[in-house]
Design a protein around this ligand. Sequence first.
Ligand code: MOS
Length: 701
Amino acid sequence: MSILERRGLIEPREIGADHPRRDGAAKVRGLAPYAAEHRPEHPAYAHLVQSTVARGRVTSIDTAAAAGVPGVLAILTHENTERLSSDEDKVLWVLQSSDVSFRGEIVAVVVADTSRAAREAAARIELTYDARPPDVVMDESRSDVYRPEQVNPFYETDRVQGDPDALLASAPHTLDATYRTPLQQHCALEPHTAVAHWDQQTERLTVHNSTQWPFGERQALSGLFGLDEDRITIVTPFIGGGFGSKGLNAHLAVACLAARAVPGRSVVLSLTRRSTFELGGHRPASVSRVQLAAEANGRLLAITHDVFAPTARLKEFAEQTAVGTRSMYAADARRTTHRLVGLDLPVGLTMRAPGETPGFFATESALDELAGELGIDPVELRIRNEPDADPETGRPFSSRALVDCLRAGAERFGWYDRDRRPGPHLHGRSYIGSGMASSVYPTYRFPGSEALVEVLAGDRYRVSIGAVDLGTGTWTTLAQIAADALDVPLERVQLQIGDTTLPPATVAGGSSGINSWGTAVLAAADALRDEHGKTPPAGAVGRGGSPPVPDTHAMFAYGAHFVEVGVDRYTGEVRVTEMHGTFAAGRIVNPRTARSQFIGGMTMGLSMALHEGAIVDPRTGQIINRDLAGYHVATHADVPDIDVAWVSEEDPLVNPMGTKGIGEIGIVGVAAAVANAVCHATGIRIRDLPISPDRLIEAGL
Ligand code: MOS
């Protein structure tokens, strides 16, 4: 029973109801303005010039021809751009130096009356470089491999418990395998866009920006420009997807610099699709060496997960790839480590379940390999290694329904009704097989969100919080929480989000949004009720916040993935023919939007397994496949009818709603489940993503 119910004040009525998206009609009619559709009064358009070398220095810039293009208002380069006050975030410290640290770095921007003029002038800027050979190839044996201070967002770099090496040396059964994931791109449908306006009279900066974290950006801009935060407004009513790529990107700083160069005009800066591949962040490639030691009955004695990854030289990004392995399964000894090497690459960024997603491709593939060696069913192997408490911290789990997910998922998928003998299994021209994997994602709730509830005439309520809707359904689900918190039907609640003039809200990231913002909304409703009783008068207000979470419990969402594949015996093409996921992610606020999140995560996992991988040219440092033709993301034709279910889970410890966040749990185990299914189908183990036809054929299909 959740706190919501235990208070005895209200029965959940709207939470859990299958409401359609409140913004749905506006979206399909084109009436929901995304950043690029914001129509300012006096627009100007910016176009970027990006470096054509990956390492070196700009030695000269000739802007004469560009300045002659009719309509050009300003050309900014490192030579004439105002000095920013802070270089704390090197991504935002744009146009400040002649140094170039990756191919595609911003070296100039043109602002013009029209987008066409800006683009044409940008093409006429002549740059010369002192270029050095790019260093973009990662290799674990390099001498400059280093140990980062910590890994994202705040985890210890290395953890060792017991003596895993001794157990690996003496155990009856061991596995030692290395798994690789390539550089991956977010590919949100809406390219990053900022529309910036600098009002010289009032000294106010306003940015309509597609961002997951308006308040974080406001703070960063305050530091960059030496402006008080209350002089800066970020507006983000709608976002066309982000997956972790939207927030604190370089183009934001450029748009603001450009706006200050042409005061009174609003500068529209939309990244081209190609630029999003260089300036929108990416998931860095990863190498995971996993070693397992086990008894014959499958009980794990030791787990090690040693990670090696590249990072940009410009700014470190240390993905927490082995962190998920710390808390997942019981074992007597364990080691998890992270090492990096700095390369001349664009800067990496969080991408849907950063850490767990690449890490679990390794861990969950390795478990499947071990299961095969021991002749133990892979579902059963996981169940046998269920820990009593968090192996990392010793804390009890606030709730942990992994085993329920495994059992319910296996049942629903018909796991035990299928041919479970090891492959290959050839039927006609296809190898057919099935595979499974577990999923986990931490339940974050960040402190610092605040909400305001106002009573309007006619027993209606306005609920304000500067949260954003990534496209996940926040406009609807947060209003559902507010409705129950106020004990009124959904239609009496007006929600205001997407603007930093509203009460502050934490990031739409880490699957933490509803957990954090919902807690603040609930607290504001409580405050209103405490002061004004059950029928507050019009004009009454309540305020509340989301306090820090006590660290008494380990909190995670779980899932189990089941996949069937068909592999063409001649072409090596893999088709996912069935896909099921059962999740335990706390209380589900809206089954319709939740299903959509799970399906989205699973689709992205399928895409990662079979299609995605950016290719960096070692000679030039250029990401070669930097468009949606060359970088294939799964489309409808690649994706089967995905089946999703969830187990009912009550967890009042995570937050008053009992929610765990659902944006990321859907992707985590998918790539391993697909690889495991491919192995079951063909007998071939692919440890290097994506599972492309050439890899299967090379491996002897
Ligand atoms: Mo996410 S990668 O927390 O948007």
